[in-house]
Design a protein around this ligand. Sequence first.
Ligand code: IVH
Length: 695
Amino acid sequence: MHGQGLLRTENWELPAAHYNSPVMSSSAIEKKIEALREKIRHHEYRYYVLDAPEISDAEFDALMNELKRLEAEHPKLITRDSPTQRVGGKPREGFVKAKHSSPMLSLDNAYSEEELRDWERRVHELSGRTDIEYMCELKLDGMSLALVYHDGRLERGITRGDGNVGEDVTLNVRTVRSVPLSVAKDKLKKAGIPADFEVRGEMLMPLAAFRKLNEEREGQGLAVFANPRNFTAGTVRQLDPSITAQRRMNYFAYMLLKDGRTYFDRQSKAMDAMEAAGFKVNPNRKLAKNLTEVWKFIQSWEHKRESLPYEIDGIVIKVDRTAWQQELGFTGKAPRWAIAYKYAARGAVTQIENIVPQVGRTGKLTPVAWLKPVPIGGTTVSRATLHNMDEIERLGVKIGDWVEVERGGDVIPKVVKVVEDDKDRPRGDQQFEMPEHCPVCGGNVVRTPGEVDHRCVNANCPAKLQGTILHFASRHVMDIDGLGEVLVNQLTERGLVKNVADLYKLTKDDLLQLERMGEKSAENVLAEIEASKRLPLERVIYGLGIRFVGERTAQFLAEHFGSLDAVMKASAEELEEVNEVGPRIAESIVEFFADEHNRKLVTDLRKAGLTFTGQKKEKGTKLAGKTFVLTGTLSRHTRDEAKKMIEDAGGRVSGSVSKKTDYVVAGSDAGSKLDKARELGVSVVGEEELEGLVG
Ligand code: IVH
């Protein structure tokens, strides 16, 4: 039973024999490995739970690498709770259902002090007491998740599901660094927690990670998530755990159970105990003596919540004593002993007067709701994004509808909900449809299968044009100082500039026609435009605004081909030989140059005298014809450096392991790619060996 327990979860994929029994032998190496693991666990705890690291990332990586190395030498000593084993297993096809030890309930809500007092009155009446203490906790706006520990080791992570049965998402949960894979016996004992226990809490995505990931998705033409909660749910239910691992999720514990029942005699004690055992427990909590103190706590967080690095939507108030909780019991799906006070959303209800698609630089049409102006948190809001057609369908929103609009942090206002069943606010009846032609230029609008966004395909669309010129002139591209938004709009509106090549035809007289343009400024702008002609080839490639071709890709293309003509002539296959160019980018480049307008543009830029050739980087031949895959966290080089090293030596770097792969370069925390390499018998090397290979 003991050793077996480790492997009970159905989601764990390596054979039982792969893991050694955790029972300690006296061997020195085993001791050394276990000591190293303890050290790493301590630093993970300092970093991910306490947000207070004691060592640098590099020092931490060095410890991890040392452990990886020792484990690679002694694979029999690998245990499932080793810090090296967070990301393991392959993408799954679906999730297995898992039953909860006791139902995961929801909470009733209160929206005012009065409703809170009503709740307290019921608590007093039903319990026959008035001396009740309340635990006040932040209501974290994520996704609730149960963690089942067996013999101190994390056995399963289960989503709430319908409350009785959830989904087993263990492999994903294991990648979350604030979730302990195991808790040492002595620590549990000290905290007063039994070896078999369950923690329930909230998985959430910090706002910074949410914004960054959404930006990346936007850039890739993928659907953006409306809020961190949706993103969290999408991440927890990811079939590929390596994706979950990259998303920097956080887990806060707020309940401790044994056999489905509350274990401590007070909620406040359970929170302290979980904290002592190494779980991340939200520090912003208070044991209140009465409802007046509760109310103070609620009010104090009304504004402070704005500065939290994650979202909360209220305060949860729980009767602290377990015995009294049990007396109070449940109604349907919610306990009588707890309530959620919900803050009024930073939002308002208003009416949608129209829905208008707005065209961006990439040609994406974003449906924007034009609202009856309404004040939200100090400013008047008259526009809110509806993101895309999928979102419009999800909300079921129509023009004329009354809607709830929210504005959170620095996020642009968005429509969150349609107001239904309100006779004073009847439903709208005008369906919004994405136009078939671009509202700005009349070009065709298409939705590529597999993408959520509609785009205007006309390369000469003025909306695209303004964005494209601003991009072209920006500091990292052609660095044309003084060519800002106002000037670009003037130039395009007057028809003086119809594409980026027209910039090079501008005369002083052209510029002097424009409002607020003096001699000196005109001369400066022209000098800047002239100077840009001397910028290297990679800037020109970047400046063309080819979808998915960023600064780095442009650089690699320039180095690989040595001229714009060679890039234009390259087939998708040839393009894929370039560092970091995959099928999607290659196809986008081919498509760009297949377009007649774009070819004409290139001709005009050539005539204008821009730099069309560069230094072709001659490659080494040591690794010619060899394909590499990088996986895990490298410690001696960044991933990009390693890639460059390989490519400079004539090798190729690919994203996935196949029979054609010659070497897999594995860093620490290597996951499914390493498994695949082993499965296929591909050589696995470390960073040092790679250095040896490239010489
Ligand atoms: S206690 C029966 N504590 O709110 C007790 N829940 O509306 C139920 N939540 O599903 C959970 N922060 O996802 C509890 N400090 C907290 C919470 C919290 C957020 C969420 C949780 C739950 C939902 C109930």
